[in-house]
Design a protein around this ligand. Sequence first.
Ligand code: NDP
Ligand code: DGY
Length: 328
Amino acid sequence: MQAAGKLMKVFVTRRIPQEGMKILSAAGVCEVSLWDSDEPVQRAELLKGVQGADGLLCLLSDKIDAEVLDAAGPNLKVISTLSVGFDHMALDEIKKRGIRVGYTPDVLTDATAELTVALLLATARRLPEGVEEVKNGGWSSWKPLWLCGYGLSGSTVGVIGLGRIGLAIARRLMPFGVKRLLYSGRTVKAHAAEVNGEFVPLDTLVSESDFIVVSCSLTPETQGLCDKALFSKMKNTAVFVNSSRGTVVNQEDLYEALSSGQIAAAGLDVTTPEPLPTDHPLLTLKNCVVLPHIGSATYSTRGIMGALSAQNLLGGLQGTAMPSELTF
Ligand code: NDP
Ligand code: DGY
């Protein structure tokens, strides 16, 4: 607990929404040191900034490992991440040191699901190509065989990881006339009943789906899950969409699958690395739509994420309940 009159030290690794900063200053229990930039904190600055901190508010682009925890030292009580994903944090090391972790589940589910559906439709119906043709004069007339894509009506959709976001994506897709909703994961989900979801082995999902959506968390088991072997089982007409984490996909294998016509198209909100270099081979393909990791990027969602991450941090600093504490 805080000694009378002494403010606890907090390091915030980026400019975050005002909603979060206001909560931290209004609480009057901590002194905030901010990496006052929209760009990621450099590693050396992170190691310096965290020294002696009681709390750390970080982003998914900050690798929180033993080196950072050692640099912080024994005062560190809480790490609050402005994300639902926590694959950037070495949980085993954090646990060893008895540090609590806050994250931002639920509040970004709708925004991320909405963006994933937008990406799926943009990819399947070739929207970026169409927009480009209008601008570059490629639009000569209405042509029966031009810019045709794939529709959801009567289709089979496969969701890899029917968690909070996976379910929210499925809910939004069903009204488009989806005939079957398949999902795979480690466990059967009771909530799948809401979308008539059928739990199937991954191989069945990829071979029977017209649209494959990846919405699982990144774990040692899901890293590189979508590789040559998996793409080779997909239909040639399959549309593949990933809004989980870039490293769930083997991008070299995806490039091969897209350029050889093994699958029809891919939409990616997440890549490896981020940002994807502008000369990356995937960016040369018309049938690959890449977005800059904007799943949760609505003004209101980011504001709520900022507020939640601040409340989580305060809970950890004061030894009280956090609104969203990660149990691990
Ligand atoms: P949840 O924990 O609710 O869902 C994760 C799902 O992944 C669970 O259903 C889990 O299934 C599944 N999963 C775990 N291992 C596997 C596996 N081996 N094969 C298939 N599925 C698996 O998390 P959220 O839905 O809230 O978030 C999911 C992820 O989305 C985040 O971890 C993050 O990486 C990403 N994300 C991306 C955003 C963006 O901007 N693009 C925004 C927000 C999140 P089971 O329970 O059976 O293990
Ligand atoms: C997350 O929260 O994990 C996303 O990737 C960004 O909102």
